[in-house]
Design a protein around this ligand. Sequence first.
Ligand SMILES: Cc1cc2nc3c(=O)[nH]c(=O)nc-3n(C[C@H](O)[C@H](O)[C@H](O)COP(=O)(O)OP(=O)(O)OC[C@H]3O[C@@H](n4cnc5c(N)ncnc54)[C@H](O)[C@@H]3O)c2cc1C
Length: 304
Amino acid sequence: MGIELVYQQLKERIKPECIRLKEPMKEHTSFRIGGSADIMVLPDSARQIIDTVEICRSNSCPYYIMGNGTNLLVRDNGYRGVIIKTSANMKDCKVEGERVYGQSGILLSTLSKIIVSEGLEGFEYASGIPGTLGGAVTMNAGAYGGEIKDSIEWARVMNPDGDVMTYTKQQLELGYRTSIIQREDLIVLDCGLRFVRGDREAIQAKLDEYTRLRKAKQPLNVPSAGSTFKRPEGYYAGKLIEDAGLKGARIGDAQVSELHCGFIVNVGNATADDIIALINHVKKRVKERFNVELQPEVKVIGEP
Ligand SMILES: Cc1cc2nc3c(=O)[nH]c(=O)nc-3n(C[C@H](O)[C@H](O)[C@H](O)COP(=O)(O)OP(=O)(O)OC[C@H]3O[C@@H](n4cnc5c(N)ncnc54)[C@H](O)[C@@H]3O)c2cc1C
């Protein structure tokens, strides 16, 4: 792979302000951790994503799609290849009656404000999830009993061969924090959602209540990637971790949050290695104590 050649070819098709070299990933992840990516592309259209992938593929250059980096841990030696980040410039959204169209990079917080202002109900749970629509579809993000699966109608996706297809909700195979997007390395370009009309004041009150709960129960003032682990069937990860005596456990500057044990937080200058070591420590202790295998929800990329 010749990264210079990839850069030259990208420059022929993508505006210079949308391409960055040696970009520090700690500035693009909610953990505030990560070495540099060789190249970062900030596409402003589906076309630019398609072009970027085509250039990477023809040069056998690795690429990775990200939204807002809120469920992502990038290793300390960075990423060799091209990171495509949607949240900077792919933020279009359109509301028509009860249907909402969004590009993959729009933030859920922005989208939920728009949806509430239209008097549409069913997206209140998403207002405090700090990711993008594309990231949320990929993870089937959810909270407080709601999830993307409840409102999505379709998503336009691209497969690793560069084919663009529209998948229905059924074809997306959305399950607890999973989808076909992850399993088949697809890229979400944009999607369509559908809601129902509701009482604006009641919708706003529900959203305010979720915001209050989040602020009370989650360590929002320290960098993290939200819940570090998936919820194991029949348990809550945070409770298992607390009961295993790990509240406040620390490796370097990575710490099991004292407010919510399901969150590993960066209390200073944690490295990705610190976070990974703490994840492994927590997994081991919970397995020994309760015979439950915790599965990380956070995605890890980059050079070890
Ligand atoms: C304080 C805090 C609270 C959180 N609360 C919640 C919560 O309540 N519920 C919840 O579900 N999550 C929560 N999260 C986690 C996170 O916000 C969600 O998982 C979110 O969906 C990730 O979106 P993102 O755009 O940041 O994705 P990223 O972190 O950038 O990427 C996550 C994964 O999605 C993939 N991806 C991103 N965009 C695309 C795309 N366009 N096409 C294909 N794949 C893509 C990436 O490749 C990666 O595998 C929280 C995180 C934080 C920091």
